[in-house]
Design a protein around this ligand. Sequence first.
Ligand code: LMR
Length: 396
Amino acid sequence: MFENLKQIEKDAIIGIMALFREDHSENKVDLSVGVYQDDTGVTPIMASIKQAETELLVQEKTKSYVGIAGLPKFNDAISELVFGSFYHKDRNRIATIQTPGGSGGLCVAGHLINRGKHGATVWASTPTWPNHIPLLSTSGLTIKSYEYYDRENNQINFSRMMSSLESSASGDVLLLHGCCHNPCGADLNMEQWQSILELINKKGLLPLVDLAYLGLGDGVDEDASGLRLLANNCKELIVVTSCSKNFGLYKERVGAVSAISANAEESARTLSNLANIARSIYSMPPDHGAALAAQVLTDNQLREKWLEELAQLRNRIKQVRTELSNGLNARQNKIDFSFIKKEKGMFSFLGISRDHVIELRERFHIYMVESSRINIAGINQKNISYIVESICHVID
Ligand code: LMR
């Protein structure tokens, strides 16, 4: 049977990470996969997480199953974090289950949508995270794209976004990045979220928000403000959350999918479907990482500590954005890189050609996704001059 299988191309992001690992150059720089690194190039375990882990090791009494929906304490805490006051006001409309990372949440969300409307159309931004497409289409959904980032001018083209969504129809799904757009870093402002809300309600669309980078843009409440506007004003909404980046729990695979239904009775049915879908794909999510996130979120002292650590991550990313942008602009005048300062979160496109990306990799050992997406957090005081000079060299 396996002789019938075709070789599959390497993943556009994880494939570059693998190439980086094979490179033995001392100068090598990894700006590919979206993993936070501190100024020493290390992806640290947060002190709040370490403390929670120490406490949990003592407290944990069994490794027995938790349940299909994961840890109730985690599901409540993550829903409160994401939805804020809406959670307190309308929690009986929110159905949340813990998932294996945000990717697991997206896959479950796809199946839920497909049960609600078989083969529904999902509108995804151009560009979007490449893995959105397989994760959402594996359930049978159809993917269409709307225009989002204008690569000529390095900014969102909002009027083109809205006009490409004119052809969406009632029952279609609108996939939005809650904050820190992956790959372009260009986020919607509140006026734009308001226009999108009006479009959703006028057309009868279902918003699906991917919230993989909560807290890495401007702060937890600031980054959640767009999706909270939708939660407060739409009949239905799905939000997929990841704890990979903001809790640094990457390999523990912690995420959640939350579906808001019109009322409590529908929400109970939605929850039963979410659980049933999870059971049919992976049965139950892993527990350890979610137990850590739940511990951090429900203990005041740990939560404060975590928020401070998250602010440090965010501030470092902002500072590197400024330094990179200023450094590049000071050394050349072919491209105005000031857009990098305005963008949010871990990613921006450099806006250079694929040939230049390959030259940076092959000659200078600097690795990024071929679209020229860079992970800002891979830049530090030790490598920034080398990165700036190498980029200026290839674009010259
Ligand atoms: C990324 O975009 O680099 C991250 O979300 C990691 C991944 O799985 O692609």
